[in-house]
Structure formats: structure tokens, C-alpha cells
Design a protein around this ligand. Structure first.
Ligand code: HEM
Length: 487
């Protein structure tokens, strides 16, 4: 399936794909969002097989839809398939010359930045040190949902803004160590969102940048203003943290604190402020929209399938003991390991509705042959996450929401080390480093949301599971639920 191609390259072809007409094909692909690309890819995979090539901006973009080929690449040959493609000019600006974990080439800088996040923030003991803040965010979320559900006009509550706000408060606190006020949270959310919503407009700037700098100079200015706005909002928070650290005002270790300490191995220097802005935005961006999107999809399924919701409540009741909720209003995070069915619900949610339908684009460190085709160093390698989770050769009734399928597979490994059956967090060395935190957030919030409230379809309403691709793949019609306190 796989071989390295160092010397004496035999003639191996790129994976098959549709014909390429320079400029015209590129422009037509660039205009498409990933969600528009998905149905096209499905047709192309049906015609050409599980590994295909599209030419976008003269680079071959390879798309892999098969789980065992993904395993060969990402797990068995992880060190070769863990690079990132050469960045576009706009990404170089946003990531400060690839000084973020997700954008860095496979090498010493990436390793340092990733290890810092993994060991200083996401190690179980560090995650535990933020448990108080999770309780505070949960309490705030419950108060907000309760008051929204009691408002005079509300037969139903649109939940996603509340979920997003909760996830944002959590990650902002982990990043800056402050219970930042509502206004500031909205500011951070605004600068991040306005960038994400402009991505398709910004992408066009990368097509022949020398020309677009002249012809689309207004759009370039708008893009640079977006970046400037991000710095204006985040720099004061980073500087405040630096001051607090210098005057030892606070002994909590936040993400900014770890960044202030960090030394870049290749450049032998500390991070500058702009790089810290990019890293903080990456931290917030990677951990908020993804988790709140997943939370909304899971809750939507619990509203649509009351039996699943009832089963979670019964499981919590069994573990917590008796019907009397009394003081036991909170499902504590240290008890979460006892809830097996809840875990299955979260996994099924991530399989059926992965927040990202693709992992971030990968690249190879050298030309290789995969499944009989050339994967060139100059190419981009994409993996079709959603298609793998919906593969009928691996999953029975793949489009159904059936959490109990995971009960049979108690040791299911979401990291796909032995076998990739689904990969909502990616796989291999570039696997999402935040996956344990994300699973904790999902389990903790889903458990407590159904323990505190009964979630129902509003009168005359419906739960529509259609998808729209934004930064993540979200519900086209956001979940509206009738929420009442569970007595
Ligand atoms: C449900 C929630 C989440 C999902 C579905 C998710 C999914 C993903 C995926 C698919 C990737 C790309 C993997 C690849 O390129 O092969 C990724 C990368 C990443 N994620 Fe997550 N993620 C989630 C939550 C988080 C959280 C909570 C954090 C941190 C606090 C985080 C931080 C990152 C970072 C830093 C990367 C880049 C890793 C690298 O390039 O080495 N993510 N995530």
C-alpha cells in the first residue's frame, strides 16, 4: 500500500481525478466552500475510487475517503504524513509565519508549541485545575437557559448562542485567567467570527497575490484590518497577564503564562506579542466553535429521540442513587467515568455529526506512493472525516443515530491507533491535542443539561438535522427546544 520514493523514481501517477483547465478550474474550486465541495467529491470518489486528485492553484489536492488508506497514511506512516502544506500569503499573516500549532511545519517549532499546550494545559492534572471554572460556567449556563425558558414569549429557546457563550467563557478563562465581562467576551467573539466569516472572500486574495494586491487592494486592506482588530482586542489581555505574572498577583497557570515562558528552539528566542495573539486565537478558535457545534448536534438528537435522553437520565439516576435530586443537582466531573451510555451518546454524536468534515490539510515530507499512487511533496492531502464515519462497510445503518452501537465496543478507541473507524479529531501525530478536554466538556455539559432540564420539541416545531458549513458544519436551522426544569 505504501512505499517511500527517494531514489530512482519509477513513473507513478497521481491519484485519478477530473480534467484540469488552468485558472478556470482553480477559480471555480476556490469559490466553493468545503460544504459545496463535499457532494462533488462524493461523485468523484464514486467514479474514480477512494483516493482522488483535484488541481487547485496548480497544487495537486489529494482527497482520501477510505479509512484503511487513512490508517496507512496517518498512523503507519505518521512522521511522513504529518507536515502542513506551504501556507497561503494570508495564512502567513494570520499565523505570524506559522507560529501556531496547526500551521507549523512538522519540526522543532511545531513540537515545542504542541508539547507546551499538551503538557502545560491539557495534561489531566492541569485540566483538573480548571474544574471550578467549569462548575461556574455550568451554573451560569443553567441560569441563562432557565431564564430564557421562563421568558413570557418563550415556548422554545434557541440554544446555540448560550452554548457558544459557555464554551467561550471556559476557554477565555483557561487562556487569560479572568472571568472577563460580557462585553469583552463579545469583542473577542466578534473579531474571531468576522475573520472566519470572511474566509472565502480572503481565499481569493491568495490566487496570484501580486495581482490581487493591486486589483483587490481594498479587500487586502479589509483583511489586514481584521488582523489589526484581533490584536487590538487581545493584546491588552496578554499584557495584563504579563503584569499579573511579574507582580505574582495570581498563582493560576493560564495559557498565556505558559506562552510567556516559552522559548523557540530554532530561533532561540521568546515569542513576540503578535505570535501570542495568533496562538491565543488558535486556542480559542480550536476549542469553542468545535465543542459548541458538537454540543448542539448532540442535544438536537436528544430532543429528537426522547428515548435516548430518558436512558441518559436513568443512567445518572442509577449512579447518583434514588429519585431525590435534592442536593445532587450537579453531575460531578469526577463521576463521569461511571456513565457508559452517556459516553456512547457523545461518540455517536461525533460520528454522525463531526464538527469538521475534513481534518486540516496535511502534506508529506517526501514524495511517496500510497495505494499505488504518487503523493507528491508539493501536494495537499485531505481526509474526508464525515464520509469515513458514515461508511456502510464499517457502520451498520450509518445515517441512524444509535448510541448503543458503541456499547458492544467498550474499548472503542477514538484515536484510531489500531484501526480508524471514524476520526472526528483526526489521527496520528497531528491528532487534535484537545480531544480529552473536548470529550470532558461534552460529557459534563450533556449530563448536566439533561439532569437539570427536560428537553422537548416545541409545540408545532421540529428538529431539522440539515447541515450548513460555516467554520464548522452547523445545523442549518439551529436547535429550538422547549426546556423545563426536571423535577
Ligand atoms: C469537539 C471538539 C473538537 C474537535 C471535533 C476538534 C477537531 C480537530 C481536528 C479534526 C483537528 C485537525 C487534525 C489534523 O490536522 O489531522 C484538530 C486540530 C487541533 N485542535 Fe482540535 N478539536 C476539538 C477541540 C479542541 C480543543 C478543546 C482544543 C484546545 C483547547 C483543540 C486544539 C487543537 C489544535 C491546537 C489543533 C492543531 C494540532 C496540530 O496541528 O498539531 N481542539 N482538532
Amino acid at each position: 500500500t505504501f512505499s517511500s520514493l527517494t531514489n530512482n523514481k519509477p513513473t507513478v501517477n497521481l491519484p485519478p481525478g477530473p480534467p484540469h483547465i488552468p485558472i478556470i478550474t482553480t477559480l471555480s474550486w476556490l469559490r466553493k466552500s468545503f460544504s459545496q465541495l463535499e457532494p462533488v467529491l462524493k461523485t468523484l470518489h464514486a467514479k474514480h475510487g477512494p483516493i482522488i486528485t483535484l488541481k487547485i492553484i496548480s497544487r495537486p489536492s489529494i482527497f482520501i475517503a477510505d479509512h484503511s488508506i487513512a490508517h496507512h497514511a496517518l498512523i503507519q506512516n505518521s512522521s511522513i504524513f504529518s507536515d502542513r502544506p506551504k501556507p497561503f500569503p494570508t495564512s502567513i499573516i494570520m499565523s505570524c509565519n506559522q507560529h501556531t500549532i496547526s500551521s507549523a511545519f512538522y519540526g522543532a517549532t511545531w513540537r515545542t508549541l504542541r508539547r507546551n499546550l499538551a503538557s502545560e494545559m491539557l495534561h489531566p492534572s492541569k485540566i483538573k485545575s480548571f474544574s471550578e471554572i467549569r462548575k461556574w460556567v455550568l451554573d451560569t449556563l443553567i441560569i441563562r437557559l432557565k431564564s430564557a425558558s421562563e421568558s413570557e414569549y418563550a415556548d422554545s429557546v434557541t440554544v446555540i448562542p448560550h452554548f457558544k457563550y459557555a464554551m467561550f467563557c471556559l476557554l477565555v478563562f483557561m487562556c487569560f485567567g479572568e472571568r472577563i465581562n460580557h462585553e469583552k467576551i463579545n469583542d473577542i467573539d466578534r473579531v474571531q467570527r468576522s475573520f472566519l466569516l470572511s474566509i472565502s472572500k480572503i481565499n481569493i486574495l491568495n490566487f496570484w497575490p501580486k495581482v490581487t494586491r493591486i486589483l483587490l487592494h481594498k479587500r487586502w486592506e479589509e483583511f489586514l484590518k481584521l488582523r489589526k482588530d484581533q490584536e487590538d482586542v487581545l493584546l491588552p489581555l496578554i499584557r495584563a497577564r504579563k503584569q499579573a505574572k511579574e507582580s505574582r498577583l495570581n498563582n493560576l497557570n493560564t495559557y498565556v503564562d505558559t506562552l510567556l515562558e516559552l522559548e523557540l528552539p530554532e530561533e532561540k528566542r521568546k515569542l513576540n506579542e503578535e505570535e501570542m495573539v495568533s496562538l491565543c486565537l488558535e486556542f480559542l478558535g480550536a476549542g469553542t466553535d468545535t465543542t459548541s457545534t458538537a454540543l448542539q448536534w448532540i442535544m438536537a438528537n436528544l430532543v429528537k429521540y426522547p428515548d435516548v435522553q430518558r436512558r441518559i437520565v436513568e443512567e445518572i439516576r442509577d449512579v447518583m442513587g434514588g429519585d431525590d435530586k435534592g442536593e445532587k443537582k450537579e453531575v460531578k466531573e469526577e463521576d463521569l467515568h461511571k456513565f457508559q451510555y452517556l459516553k456512547c451518546v457523545i461518540l455517536e454524536g461525533l460520528r454522525r455529526h463531526p464538527p469538521g468534515h475534513f481534518v486540516l490539510p496535511h502534506a508529506v515530507t517526501e514524495d511517496v506512493v500510497l495505494n499505488g499512487y504518487l503523493v507528491p511533496k508539493t501536494g495537499v492531502v485531505n481526509f474526508l472525516v464525515a464520509q469515513m464515519g458514515w461508511d456502510s462497510r464499517v457502520w451498520e445503518d450509518p445515517m441512524e443515530f444509535k448510541p448503543e452501537r458503541f456499547l458492544k465496543d467498550e474499548t472503542f478507541d477514538i484515536t484510531g491507533k489500531k484501526e480508524i473507524k471514524m476520526m472526528p479529531f483526526g489521527a496520528g501525530r497531528r491528532i487534535c491535542p484537545g480531544y480529552t478536554l473536548a470529550l470532558l466538556h461534552l460529557e459534563y455539559f450533556v449530563a448536566n443539561l439533561v439532569w437539570n432540564f427536560d428537553w422537548k420539541v416545541p409545540e408545532g416545531g421540529d428538529v431539522d438535522l440539515s447541515e450548513t458549513s460555516e467554520f464548522t458544519v452547523v445545523m442549518t436551522n439551529p436547535l429550538k427546544a422547549h426546556i423545563s426544569l426536571r423535577m
